[in-house]
Design a protein around this ligand. Structure first.
Ligand SMILES: [Zn+2]
Length: 268
């Protein structure tokens, strides 16, 4: 059980680093994961640039986005995005929120996202737009209150991506790898779409049938594994491989035992 959690934390740290290294996230944005053994909890890093996140940085939250115990560190202000989506969507096990530069022209001009190549299908066809101002008026644009997160989760509906006007994007996944896959390839698609718009007024997107068939690639383990290995290799080549958390040092554990025997000798 403990190993499973350690592995999950390593995977989630790598997920944050991958999405950052692929240019989707910068100093802001985050990837979270539902607790593998407790569906009412989730893990999200302490407030830190995602490219630097380590397995030991994750804070465990309940679905109201309250830490299970005082983490004693700064926390992301937009964590309700994650908690409210996990609350509304039992099928979602990982969430990524980002402000990808590739998406910004679409978000500023309220242009629907459409898949312009097969891998872009993982973002769906015309995923919903959500504008915080519609319901909450002038805010600092950050999704901080529970009701704001719940409103966003409602806009996501049963889809896997919701566009946040003049802010960013939130992507859901059935697993961490699925979430990263959808995040990276939807951002790539957004970049292609904006480039295509800049050289022509019309875009030929995938048909609904093509999008459905092509979008199912994320449910194939081979596609996820192949991409994950590729992105992981790129992170490692850049010197950002995730170090496994340090195990309890056996030498330290042995020392008290040794002392015990020596004290026993003294008594004898
Ligand atoms: Zn944000």
């Amino acid at each position: 059980m403990a190993n499973k959690l350690v592995e999950a934390r390593i995977e989630l740290a790598l997920a944050n680093r991958i999405v950052a290294h692929e240019g989707v996230i910068d100093a802001f944005g985050h990837v979270s994961m539902r607790h593998p053994d407790n569906p009412n909890h989730y893990f999200l890093s302490r407030s830190r640039a995602p490219e630097l996140v380590e397995p030991g940085d994750f804070v465990e939250y309940d679905l109201d986005s309250n830490p299970i115990k005082d983490p004693g560190v700064g926390q992301y202000s937009e964590r309700v995005i994650h908690g409210e989506i996990y609350k509304a969507r039992p099928d979602v096990n990982s969430v990524c929120h980002h402000h990808s530069p590739a998406f910004m022209p679409l978000l500023a001009n309220r242009i629907d996202y459409v898949p312009v190549f097969h891998l872009g299908a993982v973002g769906g066809i015309k995923p919903p737009f959500w504008d915080q101002h519609d319901e909450f008026g002038d805010t600092n644009m950050l999704v901080i209150k529970a009701e704001e997160g719940a409103s966003l989760a409602k806009a996501l509906g049963s889809g896997m991506m919701v566009l946040m006007r003049r802010h960013g994007v939130t992507v859901a996944g059935t697993s961490v790898k699925d979430c990263v896959f959808r995040t990276c390839f939807s951002a790539r698609n957004a970049a292609y779409q904006v480039q295509a718009l800049s050289i022509g007024s019309t875009i030929e997107s995938l048909t609904p049938g093509e999008a459905h068939l092509a979008g199912s690639i994320s449910s194939k383990t081979t596609g996820l594994t192949r991409s994950w290995e590729y992105w992981s290799m790129r992170v490692a080549k850049a010197g950002g491989a995730v170090a496994a958390p340090k195990k309890a040092k056996p030498a330290v554990a042995k020392k008290p035992a040794a002392k015990k025997s020596s004290s026993k000798k003294k008594r004898l």
